[in-house]
Design a protein. Sequence first.
Length: 417
Amino acid sequence: MERRLTAPAAGAVGRLVAGGPSVYHRPVRYASLIDRLSSEGSAGWATLFEAWQARERGDDVIILAIGDPDFPTPEPIVDAAVDALRSGDTHYAEIAGRQELREVIAARFSAATGRSWGPEHVMPFAGTQNALFAASLCLLETGDEVIAFDPMYLTYDATLRAGGATLTRLPLDADAGFRIDADALATAIGPTTRAVVLNTPNNPTGAVASLEELEAVAELARANDLWVIADEVYAELVFEGRHLSIASLEGMAERTVTVSSLSKSHAMTGWRIGWAIGPAELVRHFGNLGLAMAYGLPGFVQSAAVEALTTQDDAVAEMRRIYRHRRDLVSAELAGIEGVTVLTPQAGMYIVVDIRSVPASDDGFAWDLYRETGVAVVDAGAFGAASQGWIRIAFTESDEALAEGCRRLRAYVDGAR
């Protein structure tokens, strides 16, 4: 019910200000939401922030801690945005996204999944993160449980709990390559479980779910009437095999929301353009949320996205080739270090390294490495307990920087024993 207020009596405001009731000395109160928006995992970025400041000072640092492509956004994409701006595309755009962009995304997803998707199944968002947040708010609420495989991306914790849901982390076996464990998932599902989050290709591990793994998750989702929130932001960066969407499986289109973006695949992290694909009814709810939140995306960014999705497959293929080369370079540079294991990723722009056998201070290996060598990596423990004792290296720097960073890491490990 909407409550309407009447104007205060004449002089009332003045009396409140001058009279000094004790209420004005009480501390301000914040919503309980702020507690759910904080995450311990965010501390994993500490070395990155320190390294950024050091680089600005001109210090000798090598930053291998963030998944921001070092490639420029392909020129035709930039030109499309500039042309749209110069033509006056600087006003409100449709809240649910422009029809042309929604049609292009739907057509590409239809081709990838072998199922029919239309623009009514698509809504653009300001990146995968924003799409994931919208899915959380529209699917999960207080009393619901959502299960996510651990390790998981740092922001999942706050994003999935924002609406009041309980997040259950399902640790994956590091020694088994962090593969999906359907038996553990079956055991974890309870009466309040509402959704499962599936990130494939995975960040931080680079693991790509197999058809058998996806079918096992799908079977559990159908049997227990669960939603699957599928984060597929690295789908275009698969090196071996191919990416499969769980939404393509029988009976999953109506219970899956797939989120992705152009950030990683097209070197467009700063453009903030992504999308969610799901049942038409859910997309209508996304539209209502968009009305209350972002009120639509910039039209010129949507024009750039159409250009990216219709003309830039060759550019994406070249970036994928370079990422694979860099993966192999890092793997070769770190091979043979006693007690250290490199998990070769199937996709993405990261490689995780097992450093559990290397002595570390209370601050952890990542800080020790940075302070001694100037090489910034991420403590993979920030992604969850399953990856404690691992580090994540981003291969988003030049070959020279990667090779030098790996040499410094090798020398540090040899000297730390």
